[in-house]
Design a protein around this ligand. Structure first.
Ligand code: GAL
Length: 668
């Protein structure tokens, strides 16, 4: 189990370093990410390297038994770089060239930037190959920066040429007959810079795809020089998550030796727990079920928006995590496969843009609640590590389809309802299953699905022909599929699939949707089940499916709202409106009950995750409420060290990790 965080000794006088190492040892820290933003200190002038300070840091850490995820500092080029290579600074959509002064100000396609990245990576690799502290390479930080400059334009065109071969195919794919956008020479093709009115959705989508590939190529160059110098040291980069991130994690996960994510829930209420579980399940799925690493999270205060019933506009306060919450969030990640818990950051800085960001050692110093909780978590992770939890796996029988390209497509299109967010739909499905205590994997729509008894497809707006065939054959072979509205609408080039919606799934679902009825905020439509739909409803015709629920009243009175279609050996459900969680849960329960029996939800507010190992199972029980809760379990609780027989009592906000199976190791 790795435990630690981003460590920025370059921000502190050397006198603090020895105290850092002593405190790290006290807290049980065994891995720190070093050098993430230290480029200016490592290469103070172009080509002049200053590694002596880093030598001393790594030596201190090695002497303290602390390993290092050594970063290449390329997320923050120093001021000299921008002055020497002004053409390598970011140009935004509006054509404004940005200046040094923050971080991530570069164009990933600028030759000077790419060369500078490879040089500093090579120097670091040469210097620290074989160093006893070096455990992992941490390349860059949160790849995701987009640029719209001429370098980006040239690289975009090269990518498009490779994808389409000739302009005719590009024109066809981008539907450029619309609004006279036909291209007659490659030079006319630009990144989607600011333009007068609605941009072309296919253009936007391909630019996102290009960025993902371009950023991955830049990562690959650094990885290659690190690999050459240190063939045995794994290489990773930390994935950021958010609507702005142009990274297809399915593709990237194949190129990193260890999937690593940063996780910053945006909500302060119960949504934070749901978001935590969501991020962790995504990470495990990107990693193909293998261990992954929570590279960053916040030990305490978090940026937050007050949702859903908070003030409008949301207040911009930060939220201080309640006692015990950091430990529960960390355990939620570990329960879902993380090889430990890492934070941003080790010591809270005095100055700089993130001077108010949480840290393991807060401004108050080690005599603080936060540091005491940091020490407690370190002790627990060490016990979990010794007991072998890292070798166990989460087994999920339900999968939710996740495709960032469908997200990008929906973001770029002027859809019939502006509130239709892809991420929200995927989170809804995950949240409903999470509350039912059902373990969930995420899957790419073209991936093998036979391991799952049920697959949920939330708002998969864009579907490739291959994905459509894959999902159909899953059902033909006995799978149970639940598809929600506005799925299967466009093809891989964002073109509507004609002949009735959802074009990709009509046969599979045994329905044909003739038209949509987007609803205004606050308006609902009644269903025959007594539930209501909101935001959206559709004129659905049955072409083989049966109606499970119908619209009641209004222009759609009596027409199907939720359907079920036997297809081959399986069944495919369709939900044509937006359901509240309880109604959604009933649909999923019913679909699930047919394949697995009714789910047994955990006590309200308790998160239960089971990990299965060769000779033991582990039950992670996290009580996210302020009331005591009880959970059936027998074994040794690694949190309290006590033997549990029949049931474990969870204190308000408390947690237990119960090991059952082979003789449990002694509690230390
Ligand atoms: C992460 C980033 C860190 C730090 C942190 C603050 O996205 O990698 O460097 O900025 O956010 O929450």
């Amino acid at each position: 189990m790795w435990y630690g965080g981003d460590y920025n000794p370059e921000q502190w006088p050397e006198a603090v370093w020895a105290e850092d190492v002593a405190l790290m040892r006290r807290a049980g820290v065994n891995l720190v990410s070093v050098g993430v933003f230290a480029w200016a200190r490592l290469e103070p002038e172009e080509g002049r390297y200053a590694f002596d300070w880093l030598d001393r840091v790594l030596e201190l850490l090695a002497d303290g038994g602390i390993r290092v995820a050594l970063a290449t500092p390329t997320a923050s080029p120093p001021p000299w770089f921008g002055l020497a290579y002004p053409d390598a600074l970011t140009v935004n959509r509006d054509g404004v060239r940005l200046t040094h002064g923050s971080r991530d100000t570069y164009c990933l396609s600028a030759p000077a930037y790419r060369a500078a990245c490879v040089r500093i990576a090579r120097e670091l690799a040469r210097r620290y190959a074989g160093h006893p502290a070096l455990a992992l390479w941490h390349v860059h930080n949160e790849y995701g920066t987009a640029c719209y400059c001429d370098h980006a334009a040239a690289a975009f065109r090269a990518w498009l040429r490779a994808r389409y071969g000739d302009l005719d195919r590009l024109n066809e794919a981008w539907s450029t007959a619309f609004w006279s956008q036909h291209y007659s020479a490659w030079e006319q093709v630009l990144p989607p810079r600011a333009t007068q009115y609605l941009p072309n959705p296919a253009h936007l989508l391909d630019f996102r795809r290009f960025l993902s590939a371009e950023l991955l190529a830049a990562f690959g160059e650094q990885k290659a020089v690190l690999r050459q110098a240190t063939p045995d040291v794994p290489v990773t980069t930390n994935f950021a998550f958010g609507g702005w991130v142009p990274v297809d994690q399915w593709q990237w996960s194949r190129e990193v030796d260890l999937v690593a994510i940063d996780d910053y829930p945006s909500e302060s209420g119960g949504g934070a727990e749901e978001q935590t579980a969501f991020a962790a399940d995504l990470a495990r799925s990107w990693a193909g079920g293998r261990p992954w690493l929570l590279m960053e999270s916040a030990p305490n205060i978090i940026y937050t928006v007050d949702l859903p019933n908070g003030p409008h506009p949301p207040s911009r306060r930060m939220h201080t995590k309640e006692p015990g919450r950091m430990l529960r969030h960390s355990l939620s990640h570990v329960a879902r496969g993380s090889r430990g818990a890492m934070f941003f950051q080790w010591r809270a800085p005095r100055g700089g843009a993130e001077q108010w960001h949480a840290a393991m050692v807060p401004h108050a110093g080690p005599d603080s609640r936060v540091f005491r909780e940091v020490c407690e978590l370190g002790g627990l992770l060490a016990r979990l590590g010794e007991a072998g939890v890292a070798d166990s796996r989460v087994v999920a029988e339900v999968a939710v389809v996740w495709d960032p390209q469908a997200w990008w497509a929906l973001q770029g299109s002027h859809t019939p309802h502006a509130d239709m967010d892809y991420l929200a739909a995927v989170r809804d499905a995950h949240r409903v299953l999470w509350r039912r205590g059902v373990a969930v994997d995420f899957v790419h729509p073209e991936a093998g699905l036979s391991a799952y008894r049920m697959v949920v497809v939330p708002r998969l707006y864009l579907v490739s022909d291959r994905a459509a065939a894959n999902l159909a054959s899953y059902v033909e072979n006995g799978g149970h599929l639940v598809v929600t509205y506005f799925s299967g609408i466009v093809d891989a080039a964002c073109r509507v699939r004609l002949g009735g919606y959802p074009g990709a799934f009509r046969d599979l679902l045994g329905i044909r949707v003739e038209e949509f009825y987007p609803l205004p905020a606050g308006e609902t439509v009644d269903l025959s089940t007594g539930d209501v739909g909101r935001m959206w409803c559709e004129r659905v015709h049955l072409t083989g499916a049966e109606a499970v629920a119908r619209y009641a009243g209004g222009v759609l009175d009596g027409l199907p709202a939720i359907t079920r279609h036997r297809h081959g050996a399986g069944a495919a459900w369709y939900v044509s409106t937006e359901l509240a969680d309880e109604a959604y849960a009933r649909v999923l329960d019913e679909a699930y009950a047919r394949v697995r029996g009714a789910p047994e939800p955990p006590p309200t507010g308790v998160e239960l995750v089971r990990r299965t190992g060769q000779d033991a199972t582990w039950l992670f029980a996290l009580n996210h409420t302020d009331q005591p809760r009880q959970v059936a379990a027998t074994g040794v609780d690694l949190v309290s060290g006590e033997q549990v027989t029949g049931a474990v009592r969870l204190a308000p906000g408390g947690a237990a990790v119960i090991r059952t199976g082979a003789a449990a190791p002694p509690h230390t």
